[in-house]
Design a protein around this ligand. Sequence first.
Ligand SMILES: NC(=O)c1ccc[n+]([C@@H]2O[C@H](COP(=O)([O-])OP(=O)(O)OC[C@H]3O[C@@H](n4cnc5c(N)ncnc54)[C@H](OP(=O)(O)O)[C@@H]3O)[C@@H](O)[C@H]2O)c1
Length: 317
Amino acid sequence: MRVVIIGVTGHVGTYLVPRLVEAGHEVIEISRGLREPYQPNAAWQHVQQIKLDREAGEKAGTFGPAVRDLQPDVVIDMICFTVSSVQHLVEALRGHVQHFLHCGTIWIYGPSAQVPTTEEQPRRPFGDYGIQKAAIETYLLNEARRNGFPATLLHPGHIVGPGWEPLNPAGHFNPQVFAQLAQGLEVTLPNLGMETVHHVHADDVAQSFMQAIANRSMSVGESFHVVSPAAVTLRGYAEAVAGWFNQPARLRFVPWEEFRTIVSPQEASATWDHIAHSPNCSIAKAQRLLDFRPRYSSLQAVYESVNWLIEHEVLAV
Ligand SMILES: NC(=O)c1ccc[n+]([C@@H]2O[C@H](COP(=O)([O-])OP(=O)(O)OC[C@H]3O[C@@H](n4cnc5c(N)ncnc54)[C@H](OP(=O)(O)O)[C@@H]3O)[C@@H](O)[C@H]2O)c1
């Protein structure tokens, strides 16, 4: 297959490109060329690089036609965040691609209701990002099911991997929380620490794209969660991290209204976003229809990521 990926040198592309090349696909990547993948891999030598700025191309009306002119069999869209953006691309690609894969998010759901959440449950998103992503999903599923556009949506959880800071047990991204747990210092968690987060390793997200392409007839017109086999509570997550360093977890629990005053506004905003969603998603559909088999549990994925931070002296424990 001739595969065009839009937005490829990030978390997922770092793992997806080597997988596509190894499977024998011809890979063309579109980015602005501002950054390198997180991990080097010889596969990148086999990738044709096209420098394009999506935003500028959309404003000029040239982005969709430029993607179409690359004559792809498959288009993977990693960086689409608005309905107008996906519409622009679909209008250009209609009738010209065999498969179109969109990277969504589990933020298409609002607060978890019956867990684990299945793809059949209603979307009640909040926040601009989730609302837009849910609207993109509605649009693409409608295009697939009514008009035959070959779209598949893959919805990752919190993407983790070596090279960047994982979402931590306090529900934000300050890596010092890992250092505190590693040193046996007290860590404060909101409420009872029973709200949940749902990570996924970036390589498992890449696997889901490979499986969706390989199982096209099962994946077109469908949405799939792409998360680890089980979500974790903030409390369970904190206890596990402390355990990696042979420390007891010294946890203090305070109501949300107090928690928000003892962390930075940025941390409070991130924690609120995560605990208000408290995601806990099922992968049964992806397992059943795509034979998706995540290699990493949530804790294994974070462990690898935290080790990378320590080895690269981003984190002193
Ligand atoms: N991060 C998470 O935890 C998470 C969770 C759930 C879902 N998601 C979804 O995952 C997707 C993002 O995937 P990712 O995390 O692998 O991406 P990422 O790490 O943010 O990488 C973005 C990629 O897009 C390129 N890019 C950015 N702006 C561009 C532009 N204007 N024109 C062309 N290329 C551009 C970047 O390269 P250049 O800068 O060189 O252009 C880079 O290759 C999104 O759809 C997001 O909703 C992420």
